[in-house]
Design a protein around this ligand. Structure first.
Ligand code: HEM
Length: 477
């Protein structure tokens, strides 16, 4: 018995794991602590002390106020002439509205340099400026370089202003240099902060993505394990079933002969009939085992899920209705056909309906308006592939969480005393896996159970000649 889906899953898991590993590596790069960026009075004082920005510096700058008021327009103009000479900075100056704001901002900035008060409000404005440049993706290379441009423009005008007074010129230039260095630090600090905030966001998004991938890998792994377990048990079951088939037929035949040979009233006759009954039960289990081991060879062909459902309901619908169960069909129209072995899919449907039947009878022994089984079909997409989803939902007793993990295991049953073999769901699981589909369950004890069967619209099986055009016409393929 070959379980091809297992290979496909392994392949998929390997891909997902590689994806997770790549993401982890990416995350590791981002996982650095953000530097402390809060700016209070002490912080600002420490920064100023380090670059030697003292009272004298402030006084020197304040003394430049009349000069700056006179020169500011020309400085701004010359600054933009420079920025226009380079394509990366020029592109920011094309929109007249932005340019107008920029001129105003730049003028205000230059005037503030000589305002005489260099407090937290002053520093905060510098931080804001850094954030704005980050937002417009202007990199440090350009905005830091621009300080050299401004410095040069100002000092060359100061040369004329302080002609013949080299000491005053030098003192003014030194003060200006300190102010610019302080500004550059703050601008870069803000830029880094904004950058790290963005990285933290990216980190959180990646983390979420990686967790989601891990969840998916865990789910797939569980499916592969389940499929591997089923494959092994399936082979074993096939072997055992063949071994048992012959002797059990012998036992059944001999017991029948004995029963026929003995007079009606003979008590051994009852025993013999009991043997026949029990042997039949064993034969039934063997038949199921063989089905589980997938010994049958029905051809596959494109089929309508709705037809399969209706055929199944024809078989056991009455049975359910007799027990007061309402069957709700919620079929999505225009579903594509699926390539399948329809008898096997029908076997799955019958099994699901029979389970729903038991669960509803166990919760509501007599009539109840809630005694409903809902059969729903729809088209979904998973990993970019279209699937037809069949959901069978009942509001019966539900499945105990401890049992839920085991219900697809062969021979696991909670209905042993009612003749359950524990093969129904594991056989169904194998059938769906062979169709490259998945089968999952969701349940809240005492409330509901829902089985979802997802069958790929195209499972790679070749379409049988003549039916292909039919499938394409219905939107499938
Ligand atoms: C000495 C370097 C620079 C300083 C002091 C400076 C100053 C400023 C200021 C104060 C603002 C307003 C910030 C706000 O409060 O939101 C601003 C915004 C801006 N800056 Fe700069 N800047 C500099 C370099 C540059 C450079 C090299 C460019 C490149 C063209 C540039 C382009 C812009 C743009 C496009 C805006 C946003 C304008 C808007 O849309 O409102 N800046 N800058």
């Amino acid at each position: 018995m070959t379980f091809q889906p297992e290979q496909a899953w392994r392949q998929r898991i390997a891909e997902l794991e590689a994806e997770v590993a790549a993401l982890r590596q990416e995350l590791a790069q981002y996982r650095q602590e953000a530097p402390d960026v809060s700016l209070d009075a002490d912080d600002l004082a420490a920064r100023k002390a380090f670059v030697g920005f003292d009272e004298d510096t402030a006084a020197q700058l304040a003394a430049l106020r009349p000069f700056m008021e006179r020169e500011v327009d020309g400085l701004v103009e010359a600054f933009y002439v420079h920025l226009r000479r380079f394509a990366p900075t020029r592109q920011y100056l094309e929109d007249p509205q932005v340019l107008a704001r920029l001129r105003a901002a730049q003028t205000a900035y230059l005037l503030s340099l000589t305002q005489g008060v260099y407090d937290e409000a002053y520093a905060r404005q510098r931080l804001r400026l850094g954030q704005t440049h980050f937002r417009i993706q202007l990199t440090p290379r350009w905005f830091l370089g621009a300080y050299a441009v401004l410095f040069d423009l100002i000092v060359s005008r100061l040369q004329a202003h302080y002609a013949g007074q080299p000491e005053r010129l030098l003192a003014a230039a030194r003060a200006l240099c300190k102010a610019f260095i302080l500004d550059m630090q703050l601008a870069v600090q803000a830029y880094i902060d904004a950058y790290q905030a963005q990285l933290r966001q990216a980190n959180a998004a990646l983390q979420q993505h990686s967790e989601e991938l891990e969840r998916r890998v865990a789910k797939r792994t569980e499916e592969v394990l389940q499929s591997g377990k089923l494959a092994a048990i399936g082979e074993l079951a096939a072997g055992i079933a063949h071994e048992i088939n012959n002797p059990i037929n012998g036992i059944m035949n001999y017991a029948e002969i004995i029963a026929e040979e003995l007079p009606e009233e003979h008590k051994l006759g009852a025993y013999a009939r009991e043997i026949v009954f029990e042997a039949q039960r064993i034969a039934e289990i063997v038949r199921e085992l063989l089905a589980f081991a997938r010994q049958d060879t029905q051809e596959h062909s494109p089929a309508n899920l709705a037809d399969i459902l209706d055929a199944s309901l024809t078989l056991i619908g009455r049975h359910l209705e007799k027990d007061g169960i309402t069957i709700r069909r919620e079929y999505s129209h225009d579903l594509p056909k699926i390539k399948c072995r329809s008898q096997l899919i029908q076997q799955v449907v019958l099994n699901l309906l029979s389970n729903a039947h038991h669960a509803l009878n166990a919760r509501y022994p007599t009539y109840d308006p809630n005694k409903i089984v809902r059969i729903r079909t729809r088209l979904i997409r998973k990993g970019g592939r279209p699937y037809v989803r069949l959901s069978v939902r009942d509001h019966g007793i539900g499945i105990d969480p401890a049992n839920r993990a085991r219900i697809f295991e062969p021979f696991f049953t909670t209905k042993r005393h009612q003749g359950g073999t524990g093969l129904g769901l594991s056989v169904s699981y194998g059938i769906i896996a062979e169709h490259q589909g998945t089968m999952s369950v969701d349940s809240v004890p005492g409330e509901y159970t829902q089985f979802d069967v997802d069958l790929p619209v195209d499972n790679g099986w070749e379409t049988i000649e003549g039916l292909e055009s039919d499938a394409a016409a219905s939107g499938g393929g």
